[in-house]
Design a protein around this ligand. Structure first.
Ligand code: HAM
Length: 445
């Protein structure tokens, strides 16, 4: 018989989030939930896959995300399964969730709800990008979206405030917020045309300022705004010469952007304007923003967002305004880890070091009571010598070892040993519970 020696590994671009990192992830996501809910956002749970067409129509068929990066599969329509010549439906793993939120908003008639729909989501997204530090094929986002009838700049400002307050609470402080306005359906098309003409001219001239690379050359025709995103050093002198959208906004967009800046100042939020912040998804109008964090190398955007006023209509709904963002959790966590400023996270409180058959029932009972009191407790399933028990308690990072041997059983007490300094006390069950509970309250405070 041949042995199958195949060693299974996580697929390229995917990874396992293991303890203790998973505790940091949970804490980060819980802090986000608390912050977002304090702004009256509520969670929406969405499917992981949708019709491919939903993403193509929202994000743009020419965008890199749709064009190159989606995981797409076809399957026969349920109704057609058994028939010959079954028609096929094409689905994709979601590369982002704004399109799904808008689909759900329309499908569930959420425009009839009072006030704005303020929704948030937490979960994995999938993009077939080249993996590197901070860039994965399965990555995680925390996103928030506001949908409704108003496009008041105060909504944009509140969304950005919420984001920055959350980053502060999560200890992500070495960040920069960039903002821009990319105009609307009135002023953007003429600007894009102007940009295209300038790009063609500069490219044809191929003068002392240099030449555009093949990607940017292609984008002159498909999506000239994306040229502004280029990080290629040789393209920078060309880009510096291009017309800026800020000089071509219509009055309504200019007014909206200047109100947004006033609102941010009112809320004490520091920002930098970046005229090249156009974002890679087609649905944006007016406000766009991004947050960059330190310690991440080239993949340093920890959040991207903006306004998408026409998207609901584009997907078949009634005219509706929208704005939102998505935080890249993988990158945010990396940045927190690199800063070395980690929060104190729940750890193993008590390791129950029991020895002798008589001690076992006492150990089982007190373990249950301690766990009921909210403490994390490890109870070895098999008897161990005290020395080995204490060694393991130490390696597991327990704060205390609770020693239960023959002496303790006879005297009806417990020996509690603090592992950091070996301080030891004998306690009754009542005293033990009191002591550990008050200690737990103190460490939480
Ligand atoms: P996005 O800029 O494509 O926007 O993604 C948002 C964030 O997700 C990025 O800033 C980054 O932190 C993270 N991210 C994206 N791709 C990867 C990857 N391959 N690996 C790790 N992290 C990644 C959106 O997705 C929009 N839906 C945001 C939005 C919501 N706009 C309006 N509402």
């Amino acid at each position: 018989m041949t042995e199958n020696k195949h060693q299974f590994r996580a697929i390229k671009g995917t990874r396992d989030i293991l303890p203790p990192d998973s505790a940091l992830w949970n804490w980060f996501e819980q802090t986000a939930r608390n912050t977002l809910e304090s702004y009256n956002f509520r969670e929406i749970r969405l499917p992981i896959f949708e019709e491919t067409e939903l993403f193509a129509r929202s994000i743009g068929a020419d965008s890199d995300v749709v064009n190159k990066e989606m995981y797409t599969f076809s399957t026969a329509h349920d109704a057609d399964r058994k028939e010959e010549g079954a028609s096929f439906q094409t689905y994709s793993l979601r590369p982002e969730a704004t399109a799904s939120v808008v689909r759900a908003y329309i499908e569930n008639g959420m425009q009839t709800l009072p006030g704005n729909a303020k929704l948030y989501y937490v979960g994995p997204m999938f993009r077939r990008e080249r993996p590197q530090k901070g860039r994965y094929r399965q990555f995680y986002q925390i996103g928030a979206e506001v949908l409704g009838q108003s496009d008041a700049p105060a909504i944009d400002a509140e969304v950005i405030e919420m984001l920055m307050i959350f980053f502060k609470r999560a200890g992500l402080t070495r960040t920069t917020l960039y903002i821009n306005s990319i105009g609307d359906k009135n002023c953007r098309p003429p600007y894009v045309e102007l940009l295209r003409e300038e790009l063609r001219k500069l490219n044809d001239e191929a003068t002392s300022v240099g030449r555009l690379g093949p990607d940017s050359q292609r984008r002159i025709e498909t999506n000239p705004l994306r040229v502004l995103d280029s990080k290629l050093p040789e393209e920078q002198p060309i880009i510096a010469k291009l017309p800026r959208i800020s000089d071509h906004l219509c009055d309504a967009c200019r007014e909206h952007f200047s109100k947004l800046k006033e609102e941010l100042t009112l809320r004490g939020i520091a920002y930098e304007e970046n005229w090249r912040l156009v974002r890679g998804l087609d649905y944006y109008t007016r406000t766009t923003f991004e947050v960059i964090a330190e310690g991440l190398g080239s993949q340093n955007a920890v959040c991207g967002g903006g306004r998408y006023d026409g998207l609901v209509e584009l997907l078949g709904g009634l005219p509706t305004k929208g704005i939102g963002f998505a935080i890249g959790t993988d990158r945010a966590i990396l940045s927190i880890q690199e800063s070395g400023k980690l929060p104190q996270l729940p750890a193993l409180a008590v390791f129950v070091a029991w020895m002798g058959p008589a001690a076992y029932p006492t150990a089982v009972n007190i373990t249950r009571k301690l766990r009921q009191a909210g403490l994390a407790v490890e109870l070895p399933a098999e008897e161990m010598r005290f020395k080995k028990s204490l060694g393991l308690a130490d390696k597991l990072g327990a704060r205390y070892a609770l020693i239960i041997g023959e002496d303790e059983v006879t005297s009806g007490t417990f020996t509690l040993k603090r592992l950091a300094d070996s301080d030891q006390k004998k306690l009754s069950e009542f005293e033990l519970l009191e002591y550990l509970e008050s200690e737990r309250r103190d460490t939480r405070a």
